[in-house]
Design a protein around this ligand. Structure first.
Ligand SMILES: Cc1ncc(COP(=O)(O)O)c(C=O)c1O
Length: 468
């Protein structure tokens, strides 16, 4: 029997955390990944389960062979896991697999029964994937955020009242991919349901750090729709999930049509299949589903409360160390004592050093992966940076000419459950050196990408990974 997975031994169960990456001085260093909000590494048990499954891999829902039947059964078993994972009842909710969170939200946007004049509320803290899909199908109004970037619930109440009877759907993130703020989704649900609207939660950042409950549909605090993906929860095999009220998908045609979505097709007639097949056009990603199920089992074995506590301790430690560095500004909430109330996602700025340069130095001189820029949440990040309308216009003109060197932005440090304190020490030491101008390389910015590259950086990917 394998050893119980715990928050203390999970690092040993992560693939690639000991990989050695090249530095500017020609040495190799064990990589440090602080870019978990973009995508997490894979858990070994997930990879092992996928490998084990490959012996049985075959067509899903189409063939009559033993393996096909097994794959079809397994896909449905995973659906069962997800019902349990988010406490949703199969009587009221359907679970639709797709390729990522973005696709899941787009599907809901196209299938939600909006009528002309209906309003959808999104917020100013959203990832573009929970903003742009709504613009395509409804009039969208945005719930504001305060100066630090926390969602303004009074403004939500105001928008619901002002647009009485017209707001059909509110879609907010469960947690911000920029500041790590966690939204009070059950309280929001109560507000949204009190005016007869529905609530969608973009849980891409939340489900791997906190327990999420769809709840009883009769309870005003239930969630109507939830979107998330495998690649941010240690299962990067291309699967996304939409959990949603069945009633929304019964009427009309699916947004994406083709094989698998029908019971009968004649030249002039289409009989749609039952849910969820109707909404899953093409061959389902059963491998991704298996990976996701195993990741869920691993997270449950460790305990999401333990994950949250460990990541909060890392966040407190990082914030405590950053506060002593004069030239660093932390955006969002910088109070170490409130770390348990938010995610370990910390955006920073170093006075006088472009964000593109900060992340280049961290990567090339520290082997540390972070993300920089506006994090696919331009309205939010520009709000945090207090960019004026004039600055945004100047930026747009430069971008139209293909020039990205002036792109404003921040540097984001984001933790996974396997990160450790000593990695933060390596990061903060290097950040201190950057502040003091004591980094080694001569960096040159490419005006068209905005990226900085050190002269003579020995980046030869083929030496590390070759396709043949
Ligand atoms: C809050 C949030 N929503 C949506 C997405 C998009 O997720 P996906 O890449 O699974 O489409 C991301 C990705 O970073 C995110 O952070």
């Amino acid at each position: 029997m394998s050893e119980q997975l715990t928050i203390d031994n999970v690092r040993e169960q992560m693939v690639g955390v000991d990989a050695r990456v090249p530095l500017l001085d020609g040495s190799l260093r064990t990589c440090i990944n602080f870019d978990n909000a973009s995508t997490t590494p894979v858990l070994k048990p997930v990879l092992d389960k996928v490998n084990e499954f490959m012996d049985w891999y075959a067509s899903v829902g189409r063939g009559a062979g033993f393996k096909s039947n097994l794959c079809t059964e397994v896909l449905e078993e995973v659906r069962g896991f997800i019902y349990e994972f988010v406490d949703a009842s199969p009587e009221h909710y359907t679970i639709i697999f797709g390729k990522n969170t973005t696709e899941a939200i787009n599907k809901l946007a196209h299938r939600f029964p909006f009528s002309p004049g209906d309003i959808a509320l999104s917020s100013k803290m959203e990832h573009h994937s929970n903003d742009l899909p709504w613009r395509a199908v409804a009039e969208v109004q945005y719930i504001g955020v305060d100066e630090r970037g926390a969602l303004d619930l009074d403004h939500l109440a105001h928008l619901l009242k002002k647009n009485s009877g017209k707001v059909r759907l509110v879609s907010v993130t469960g947690a911000s991919n920029v500041t790590g703020f966690i939204n009070p989704i059950y309280e929001i649900a109560e507000m949204v349901h009190s005016v007869g609207a529905k609530l969608c939660v973009d849980a891409a950042q939340l489900v791997l750090h906190r327990k999420v409950t769809m709840g009883n549909v009769k309870d005003v605090r239930h969630i109507d729709y939830l979107a998330f993906c495998g690649h941010k929860m240690y299962a990067p095999f291309g699967v996304g999930v939409l959990v949603g009220l069945k009633e929304s998908f019964l009427r009309g045609s699916p947004d994406s049509v083709g094989g698998g979505t029908v019971d009968l097709v004649t030249p002039d007639r289409v009989l749609w299949a039952n849910l969820p097949a109707k909404e899953e056009a093409g061959t389902p990603n059963v491998v991704g589903a298996v990976a996701l199920a195993k990741a869920i089992l691993c997270l449950q074995e460790i305990g999401l409360d333990k994950v949250a506590y460990h990541e909060a301790r890392l966040t407190s430690y990082l914030l405590e160390r950053l506060v002593n560095i004069d030239r660093i500004t932390v955006y969002g909430d910088d109070d170490p004592d409130r770390s348990i109330t938010r995610l370990g996602v910390v955006p920073i700025e170093i006075e006088g050093v472009p964000h593109q340069l900060v992340s280049a130095i961290l990567g090339m001189e520290g082997g540390i992966a972070v993300r920089n820029g506006l994090f696919c949440a331009h309205p939010y990040a520009l709000h945090l940076l207090k960019a004026s309308a004039v600055e945004v216009n100047t930026l747009a003109s430069a971008l139209k000419k293909g020039i990205r060197s002036q792109l404003p932005g921040l540097t984001r440090i984001s933790f996974g459950m396997y990160n450790i304190k000593s990695e933060i020490d390596v990061l903060v030491d290097l950040l201190e050196r950057i502040c003091q101008g004591r980094y080694q390389g001569q960096y040159v910015q490419d005006p068209f990408t905005g990226c900085f590259v050190a002269e003579r950086f020995p980046l030869k990917p083929q030496e590390y990974f070759a396709l043949r």
